[in-house]
Design a protein around this ligand. Structure first.
Ligand code: MLT
Length: 310
């Protein structure tokens, strides 16, 4: 019987081509739980992005499952222990979209600094308003990077070209590496106190959830602008909305939400907040890289071959 590969979210066509010759490739909407569980009955592999929750129930619903592939960086929507307990391999594409994610954070930061989204909406609405949309330059400003992993480093390197002063909080990076990047390592308290812009670049774990919440937002430099293109919930949405309402935070660029997909957030009511529906990895280049990488891993796994690290 031809092995079944279930694709639960949008995947680059080139990736599907890699699989179509050898496998029975089927598509399902991973956010439609009942359909997903039914489709798993004879699946040998499942490929997801960030919207499909691959939890213990999903693993249990797929008695033939051999591999779970996440076409992206994080694995926070995959219950890896549940998969491992069943002997199901989990693969991802850890570097596929790091440039796209860093560029998205920068796009949001600049859009927040210059009111790009609201000015665009206003002009398209028939208004020619210039005074209301006076922004700020980023040159000379202090940019606080929370998390200097692969994406945080790419973000910092690019922000350096804007003539910013870079500080970062990351308990795991070697000070010499930070110095090499021209970044001064500080504690989270100092970063919150000093930054004109803060951008978060951390995975979603029990430790990082709500890292920037009510208490932290009470200590920020007044007028700070905050960007989260990493994971929903790292910056608490309700606490951020309160800080925006009080004027302590001057703006925010948010690509990710605590529950996704969503069309409802306390942040949507603010003119000075730019929001996007988790588009950090949504570029042609990143999707090709992520899709091809996991498609190759799935093919090797289902053919019983060694799967090298992506
Ligand atoms: C990732 O973790 O790489 C992205 O969030 C994937 C996605 O865009 O779904």
């Amino acid at each position: 019987m031809t092995p079944v590969v279930l694709i639960a979210e949008e995947l680059a066509p080139a990736a599907i081509d890699v699989l179509a010759h050898d496998f029975d490739v089927r598509h399902v909407d991973g956010t439609d739980r009942a359909t997903l569980l039914a489709a798993l009955a004879d699946a040998d592999a499942i490929i997801v992005r960030s919207a499909t929750q691959v939890d213990a129930e999903v693993v249990a619903a797929a008695p033939r499952l051999k591999v779970i592939a996440r076409a992206g960086v994080g694995l926070d929507n995959v219950d890896v222990p549940a998969a491992t307990a069943r002997g199901v391999m989990v693969v991802n594409a850890p570097t596929s979209n790091i440039v796209s994610a860093a560029e998205q954070a920068i796009a949001l930061l600049l859009a927040v600094a210059r009111h790009t989204a609201s000015a665009s909406a206003s002009l398209k609405n028939g208004e020619w308003k210039r005074k209301q949309y006076t922004g700020v330059e980023v040159q000379g400003k202090t940019v606080g990077v929370v998390g200097l992993g692969r994406i945080g480093v790419l973000f910092a390197q690019r922000m350096a070209a804007f003539g910013t002063r870079l500080i970062a909080f990351d308990p795991y990076i070697q000070p010499a590496r930070a110095a090499q990047l021209g970044v001064r390592l500080v504690g989270l308290d100092e970063l919150l106190r000093e930054s004109d812009f803060i951008s978060v670049h951390l995975p979603r774990t029990p430790e990082t959830m709500g890292l920037i919440g009510e208490k932290e937002l009470a200590t920020v430099k007044p007028g700070v602008r905050i960007v989260n293109a990493a994971r929903g919930g790292l910056v608490d949405e309700r606490a951020l909305a309160e800080a925006l309402a009080e004027g302590r935070v001057a703006g925010a660029g948010i690509d990710v939400f605590v529950a996704e997909p969503t069309t409802d957030s306390p942040l949507f009511g603010f003119d000075n907040v730019v929001v996007t529906p988790h588009l950090g990895a949504s570029t042609a280049e990143a999707q090709d890289k992520a899709g091809l990488s996991v498609a190759r891993s799935v093919k090797l796994a289902l053919q019983g071959e060694f799967v090298p690290d992506a």
